[in-house]
Write a protein that binds this ligand. Structure first.
Ligand code: ING
Length: 309
């Protein structure tokens, strides 16, 4: 009997500066209802799903960006997501900007089960970009200015009939992200991303190669840890700044089994058998039998490159 788990990847189309969080939540609830009507067990939303990708804008006073963050989850704005999840019996992943009671700012995601309980929280570890305005870039990417590096690590939670993990955007480019969760037996890694269509430091790097790198990273992570990976974009043109879509669901063999075809709100659905993870975990990627950790020390002892003389 397959351990069926139906996944809905709810890609978001563009969010403009003028769009209210209330109007965005309405869009997300619509996709959640569509996912529930198609029998999904979980719906995966994107990174910073409630707002435009505000780290593209520089403000001297960082507190000006607090309006893009949430101080409570759920709060009045996001409560309809939890109410609908409970009513429909569907879980969800939601990416958002978090301000803690201590006033710290994180790029955060939560995992919510079918009873609308927050099962887990993740704070983005790998923050790309820079802190100060960079005159050499065609557009800014100020995540290191507005967020602190995540302090919760990479965890996995047994919920909704499987072992679930979370990551956010740039995390998908780093093999350590997947392996730490792979060492916890993860079967589904959910992640949202907001990825500019053009490299701000190398403009001839356009959407095609960037989509290739996005899929390459997620397919490799899925295969090398025998897990499903769900990557969900915020896509489209936000106030003149294009983000690519290509949301996709990758199976434990590294195959893209479903993907978006638009740069709008689009639900991508795949019925998955979580037991498809087992063969890889029990053979080629049976970590206990094959890994040789005595040779891996540099990975945690050293941050940057130290090349031979
Ligand atoms: N966005 C991009 C991402 O990692 C990026 C930043 C793009 C870094 C391409 C390197 C190359 O997909 C976020 N939000 O991390």
């Amino acid at each position: 009997m397959p351990r069926t788990f139906k996944i809905g990847a709810a890609q978001s189309g563009p969010i403009q500066l003028a769009d209210s969080k209330k109007s965005i939540v309405k869009r997300l609830v619509e996709m959640m209802k569509q996912a529930a009507s198609e029998g999904c067990d979980v719906v995966v939303f994107t990174e910073l799903a409630l707002t435009t990708f505000f780290p593209r804008y520089f403000t001297e006073d960082r507190a000006e960006m607090d309006k893009y963050f949430e101080t409570e989850m759920p709060g009045p704005i996001t409560q309809p997501l939890f109410d609908t999840a409970r009513e429909k019996g569907i879980g969800f992943y939601l990416g958002y900007g978090e301000i803690t009671p201590e006033g710290l700012h994180y790029n955060t995601a939560i995992l919510v089960d079918k009873s609308a309980n927050i099962v887990g929280k993740y704070r983005k570890v790998h923050l790309p970009g820079h802190v100060e305005f960079d005159t050499k870039r065609t557009h800014q990417h100020l995540e290191k200015r507005y967020f602190s590096p995540g302090d919760l690590g990479f965890n996995a939670w047994r919920t909704m009939g499987g072992i679930m993990g979370m990551a956010i955007c740039n995390d998908r480019r780093w093999p350590e992200t997947y392996r730490v969760m792979g060492l916890q037996g993860v079967e589904v890694i959910m992640l949202g991303y907001n990825t500019p269509s053009v490299n701000s430091q190398y403009n001839s790097e356009g959407p095609e190669i960037r989509k290739f790198h996005s899929r390459l990273s997620m397919q490799a992570g899925a295969y090398q840890n025998s897990t499903y990976v769900v990557g969900v974009a915020k896509a489209g043109n936000e106030d003149g700044f294009p983000l690519f879509g290509d949301s996709c669901i990758v199976d434990p063999n590294g195959h893209v089994i479903a993907h978006a075809t638009t740069e709008e709100d689009e639900l991508v659905v795949a019925e998955c058998d979580l037991d498809l993870c087992n063969f890889g975990k029990e053979t080629i990627f049976d970590f206990a039998r094959h890994r040789r950790i005595e040779h891996y020390g540099l990975i945690t002892e050293q941050t940057g490159v130290i090349a031979p003389d």
